[in-house]
Design a protein around this ligand. Structure first.
Ligand code: GDP
Length: 527
């Protein structure tokens, strides 16, 4: 197959949702319909069970699963599908944000009864900022939930999207009878227990057909016809608008009952974008370019305690990635080659010789990589778009075993490179502070420091409301000098040496912003 055909047949995407909306179930059903797995139950949920926050085995279990499900790849209708896993737990939202830099589109899962939830809002707003094409899947139609039109409204209002339904439910809950496929203009009726047999559906191709009345009854048939008329108010589907992020198609279904999933998948492989060009610090790189480039969006520590090396996940942006070919690590300006790059499949990973744009390869790493690092065939460039978010939890980290200070330093360093949390050094006294987006990370860090690096740490609370990156218009002006003097107790440096201000309350942050108008305060590290 030609290089450009290989690129065009790839669809790399993520599924995002609020926990429990059905992301894991839908992922599994996509694999099932795609023929990648034979039975349900093969995809393990990577979510942290409620109440298990201090259960370290649970953290390890979860980490083990998230290695296995990091990338799920399979072929469907000659399209190579790469599903990138995103953790649902809010404390790991940053992992999800970073994964979103490696996807070319997303599917958003929404629970028909709960509607738009908090985590959906956050994740969708990140996708919107980046104009990532989104398809919405409204799940659990086998349960009583909100009215379809009400939900479409809610999605527009709360998520700021412009929706157009491409399928429509026939009834819901107990009366859920099937799906009208607006995209293909046919009807798929639920027949008996389709949970076990995914082929057991009835197809009717004409909406006005009396067959419809005889199968679902006059009342349901009339309601459907009326409702479909009402969907005329939504804009017509337009692939270009979907692909540039200004229009979002919506599907309805029940992942658990295998319903509405095939409609979603068939439409997805037709309309979803192949790998897209990506912006670097010097230029926009197109996937069709001959020279290989790629970037690290995720780092995973090895689960095997005997081999504590790490797996760096690279999204290939352009060119062909080949085994045993030296590539330039642009941050270190050093050539590296990889003898056993991993590619991922539905249930396994394997060493591969070549990979194409859109693919993810896992590279064994002994500490060369951190999130955002770029590999190229020789060109000096750095991919943009992996910001650190302003953390909201802060603790001093102390060494609890003076004999192991080296191990502690190394452990902290590597965990920060993985993006588990952010390390700050106070300007005043050099004390180390760990900032995270969720409280769960502290337990993960403590546990992993001990089990992977043999180091022990303790924490001490630090009353900080928010950390923001500071950039003065002019570092020599008196205002900035005054700021640094007055606020010296609240200043720190991040790992890159950028200046950070610790505000102890939102009020003091506001006051400081007002007092020093020439200084900019940023809430992500990318500015
Ligand atoms: P995730 O947290 O988003 O990955 O959600 P899961 O896929 O783990 O689903 C959460 C719960 O909802 C599980 O108990 C599923 O069995 C259930 N679920 C998923 N899809 C459906 C559906 O279509 N109908 C019903 N009734 N339950 C579902």
């Amino acid at each position: 197959m030609k290089f450009t055909d290989e690129i065009r047949r790839r669809r790399t995407f993520g599924i995002i949702s609020h926990p429990d909306a059905g992301k894991t179930t839908l992922t599994e059903k996509l694999l099932l319909f795609g023929g990648a797995i034979q039975e349900a139950g093969a995809v393990k949920s990577n979510k942290i069970k409620k109440g298990a926050t201090s259960d370290f085995m649970e953290i390890e279990r979860q980490r083990g699963i998230s290695v296995a499900t990091s990338v799920l790849a399979f072929d469907y209708k000659n399209i190579k599908i790469n599903i990138l896993d995103t953790p649902g737990h809010k404390d790991f939202a940053e992992d999800t944000f970073r994964t979103l830099t490696a996807v070319d589109s997303v599917i958003v899962v929404i629970d028909v009864a709960k509607g738009v939830e908090e985590q959906t809002e956050k994740l969708v707003s990140v996708c919107r900022m980046r104009n990532i094409p989104m398809i919405v899947f409204i799940n659990k139609l086998d349960r009583e939930g909100k009215d379809a039109f009400e939900l479409l409204d809610e999605i527009e209002q709360k998520l700021g999207l412009t929706v157009t339904p491409l399928s429509f439910p026939i009834g819901m809950g107990y009366d859920f009878k099937g799906i009208y496929n607006i995209w293909e203009r046919n009807i798929n009726l639920f027949s008996g227990d389709s949970r076990k047999n995914i082929e057991e559906t009835i197809k009717i191709s004409d909406l006005s057909s009396q067959d419809l009345n005889s199968i679902i009854g006059d009342k349901a048939a009339d309601t459907l016809r009326e409702e479909l008329e009402l969907t005329d108010i939504y804009p017509e589907f337009d692939q270009e608008k979907y692909q540039n992020g200004s229009l979002q198609p919506v599907f309805f279904g029940s992942a658990l009952n295998n319903f509405g999933v095939r409609e979603l998948l068939d439409c997805f492989v037709t309309i979803a974008p192949p790998p897209r060009p990506k912006e670097s610090d010097t230029r926009i790189v197109s996937p069709e370019e001959k020279d290989f480039t790629g970037f690290v969006f995720k780092i995973h520590a090895n689960m095997d305690p005997k081999h504590r090396d790490r797996l760096a996940f690279i999204k290939i942006v352009s060119g062909i990635f080949e085994r045993n070919v030296p590539y330039l690590h642009t941050r270190h300006n050093k050539k590296l080659k990889f003898s056993s790059p991993n590619a991922f499949f539905a249930e396994k990973k394997e060493i591969v010789d070549i990979s194409y744009p859109g693919d993810i390869v896992g590279l064994h790493d002994t500490g060369n990589f951190k999130i955002g690092d770029t590999l190229t065939q020789g060109e000096i460039l750095q991919y943009k778009g992996i910001p650190s978010f302003s953390p909201e939890h802060f603790r001093y980290i102390n060494n609890a075993d003076p004999m192991k200070s080296k191990q502690l330093a190394k452990g902290i360093d590597q965990l920060m490179d993985e993006g588990v949390a952010q390390l700050f050094t106070l300007e005043l006294n050099g004390r180390k502070v760990i900032g995270t987006v969720g409280a769960l990370q502290y337990e993960v860090i403590q546990y992993r420091l001990e089990h992977e690096y043999g180091a022990k740490c303790t924490y001490e609370n630090l009353n900080v409301h928010k950390a923001c990156w500071v950039s003065p218009k002019d570092s020599e002006n008196d205002e900035f000098k005054d700021f640094k003097r007055v606020k010296s107790k609240f200043l720190a440096k991040d790992k890159q040496g950028q200046l950070v201000f610790f505000a102890d309350s939102s009020f003091s942050l506001q006051m400081t912003q007002q007092k020093y108008p020439s200084i900019q305060f940023h809430f992500t590290s990318e500015f």
